[in-house]
Design a protein around this ligand. Structure first.
Ligand code: NAD
Length: 536
């Protein structure tokens, strides 16, 4: 049942010939594939449920010839499926279900095109075949309910299409009251270009449905910079001024880490949705307090784990989720160089939380995303040997163990002159490595001559090499292409969530587990490398 992946909550699936379950309290019905004949009483109960307000989504379920019940309910008749191939789906007609989706995207599928029985349904998506648009998704309103029929989603591969998943997930969910006005976003801590304040303000201007309206920063220079960068922005010096601004719906906490928990708490208490920069906070107990407060106030709390959208990580995750490595049992990641650590707050343990919290917020998040569950135990070993003017350790190595024997390692280092791979993954069917590349920009500048600018090694996506073992043959090596860029993917999801109720990509619970590992690692590294159990 491929389409099952889009169903959540109180959804009943109509499959095969099994009798319908009790429909009391059911909000949504998923008909996945051609329905078997059913007794009239069952069909009437289904139609009545929709009339009373339920959503029905029929995937690959439209009748191929007129059918008294299904043609009347869905309002369409389907053609035979087209050959499996890549088609381009394009938005058409009804916009309520397709708000904020890309206007056109590729989908690999066997497509059923739909003929609408005059006046009974409206097109939602079309595909262009032979220079003509053919309807492939329709919507029909039946009483207080809604019926969406899809001629896409027939093959397993089609569910790799994120817009198709989003569309059908929305079709199953109860209608969300959509607001048309932009949500006012405030940035708390307006770090310059290269820091995060500027990035969040840029994203809010670029992503439809959000706008940068306010900034809070104790620094005069940073407030002036914000006013110069973003016309109309209100720049505040103190927190109470921002909390009292009713035009702020969502606030991004982009200050140094040790202040995140307190600021997030004040913002949630004042009724603002909160995005925390990574790390969300420094301890699990702080994470638990924030999660409970957000839930209590019915507010969104999320964390800017933007590196879940990195093109190399997305490609790697696609390989793992697609089973190319078999069962994953070891993940190792690395970030670092041999150079003097930066001399700002990032290297001061009392503000940063410790060396593991900076890049570790991303690397541990990646590892947990790949494994799906947190480790049971963390052992961390630190070195303080070279850089004595900063308080963060020079190097930390975290070993993570799962109860079933799976393992992972993350190393962050300021004393590594030769870099191990960024990613090294072992599965039962293959191995994947992602190697850092030196990125140097060279140019001749008038009046200056030759200019050489090395980029930070961890910014550029790495090259991903996969070696798969085939019995009786050997290793087959390949280079994985990077995933497509999803610019401001985090902020787009935030806006989709706040405007339309789409699922939040970065749930605070998923980040709580990251914080639990980071806190355990910091404790282990500063107490002689003893193993520390991770609170689940
Ligand atoms: P930064 O030092 O460049 O900027 C921080 C800003 O916060 C400064 O302008 C400072 O004046 C202001 N500030 C300090 N305390 C404040 C307070 N109590 N209230 C309001 N403003 C205050 O720092 P940055 O590099 O932008 O990092 C900020 C956060 O973003 C950190 O948590 C860091 O870990 C995170 N970060 C995330 C990524 C990412 O990829 N997601 C990348 C870099 C930094």
């Amino acid at each position: 049942m491929a389409a099952g992946g889009v169903a959540a909550g109180d959804v009943v699936s109509v499959l095969g010939a099994a009798p319908l379950p009790n429909l009391t309290g059911i909000d949504a019905v998923l008909v996945d594939g051609h329905p078997e004949p059913r007794p009239a009483a069952e069909l009437n109960a289904l139609a009545a449920l929709v009339e009373e307000g339920a959503s029905l989504v029929a995937v690959g379920a439209a009748p191929h010839a007129h059918d008294d019940f299904w043609t009347r309910l869905l309002g369409v008749v389907a053609t035979d499926p087209l050959p499996d191939g890549e088609y381009f789906a394009k938005l058409a007609g009804d916009r309520a279900l397709t708000r904020r989706l890309e206007t056109e995207w590729a989908v690999q599928d066997r497509v059923e095109t739909l003929a609408i029985v005059a006046g009974t349904a409206e097109p939602v998506l079309v595909v262009n075949i032979g220079y003509r648009d053919h309807v492939v998704v329709t919507v029909a309103h039946r009483g207080r309910g809604r019926v969406v029929t899809s001629g896409l989603g027939l093959s397993e591969a089609a569910w790799a299409s994120l817009p198709l998943r989003a569309l059908l997930r929305r079709a199953l969910a109860p209608a969300h009251p959509a607001s048309d006005r932009d949500l006012g976003l405030a940035v708390v801590g307006y770090g310059p270009f290269g820091g995060m304040g500027y990035l969040h303000a840029s994203a809010a201007r670029a992503v439809p449905g959000l706008d940068i309206v306010a900034v809070l920063d104790p620094s005069d220079a940073r407030r002036k910079a914000a006013e110069a960068d973003w016309a109309g922005v209100r720049a505040y010096e103190t927190l109470p001024e921002l909390l009292a601004d009713d035009g702020v719906d969502v606030a991004v906490v982009a200050t140094p880490p040790s202040s995140h928990a307190q600021l997030a708490e004040a913002l949630l208490t004042a009724g603002k949705h909160v995005v925390a920069e990574k790390p969300l906070c420094l301890t699990v107990s702080e994470a638990d307090r924030l999660i409970a407060l957000a839930a209590d106030r019915h507010l969104t709390l999320t964390v800017h784990q933007n590196r879940r959208w990195d093109q190399d990580f997305l490609a790697l995750r696609r390989a793992v989720d697609g089973g190319l490595l078999g069962e994953l049992f070891n993940v190792e990641t690395f970030v670092g160089s041999f150079e003097h650590p930066c001399r700002h707050w990032h290297s001061e343990q009392s503000v940063s939380g410790g060396a593991v919290y900076d890049w570790g917020s991303h690397h541990v998040d990646w590892i947990l995303q790949l494994y799906g569950t947190p480790p049971a135990r963390v052992t961390a070993h630190g070195h303080k040997r070279v850089w004595h003017d900063v308080t963060n350790l020079d190097q930390m190595r975290l070993r993570m163990e799962w109860p079933d024997g799976r393992e992972a390692q993350f190393v962050v280092s300021d004393v590594a002159g030769i870099r191990p791979p960024k990613f090294y993954l072992q599965g039962t069917r293959g191995t994947l490595a992602g190697h850092y590349r030196e990125r140097v920009f060279e140019r001749i500048e008038p009046g200056r001559g030759f200019v050489r600018e090395p980029a930070h090694h961890a910014e550029a996506p790495v090259e991903l090499d996969l070696a798969r073992y085939e019995s009786g043959y050997g290793l087959i090596s390949s280079r994985l292409p990077l995933a497509k860029e999803q610019r401001f993917g985090f902020h787009r999801n935030l806006a989709d969530h706040l405007h339309l109720g789409d699922p939040l990509a970065v749930t605070p619970q998923s980040v709580r587990q990251v914080i639990a590992v980071l806190e355990a690692a910091q404790l282990s590294a500063t107490s002689g490398g003893r193993p520390v159990d991770v609170p689940q």
